[in-house]
Write a protein that binds this ligand. Sequence first.
Ligand code: MD6
Ligand code: FE
Length: 214
Amino acid sequence: MSDLFAASMHGRRTRLAAQACVLHGAALPFEEALLQGVAGIVATAPLRHPVTPGGHVMQVAMSNCGDFGWVSDRRGYRYARLDPQTGQPWPVLPPCFLQVARDAAAAAGFDDYRPDACLINRYAPGTRLSLHQDRDEDDRVAPIVSVSLGLPATFLFGGLARGDKPVRVPPLQGDGVVWGGVDRMRFHGVLPVMPGRHPQLGAQRINLTFRKVR
Ligand code: MD6
Ligand code: FE
């Protein structure tokens, strides 16, 4: 674990389930490095609003880095090695991204995490993400590590069935959420992002979601 992150790990931790927790403020020491990483990635693989299989344009703007990128179009949701927009491989995971993801996973009890995909989501105020399970990955045990920067939003953490009432995780700003193992397939979502201005990001929420696909 890096010293800087180890220090930040003395911050508050909230358990959501047996193998799921919130790491409050975990990303704050890395905010600048992470945002520089995002800027580099979206210069190569621009943020775009994918179309859902049902034909709706997604409110969230997305890009990816790592070996695989999550993509959506009329044919469905899947992971792709190449960015369909550029035909090029996705940008590599910046070292600081990997460090934050590995340290967060370790702090939540998942040693030696090796994510091979990072989805970058950009939300404008009012944008939400409805409850869903992440089920496009081959690996359904390795944790998902979600890091939120910029404007706050309430994270919804549900059960293994769609009908299970989700708990509301208070506004995330620089927080990490990790869920894996027996809790890997829990439903989750994001309530509409609150209006406001963040000093570095302005009126945006940026979420980095790390996963192990293969
Ligand atoms: C978030 N995103 O943006 C969480 N999952 O806070 C997701 O859970 C997510 O944006 C699957 C596919 C796209 C996503
Ligand atoms: Fe998800």
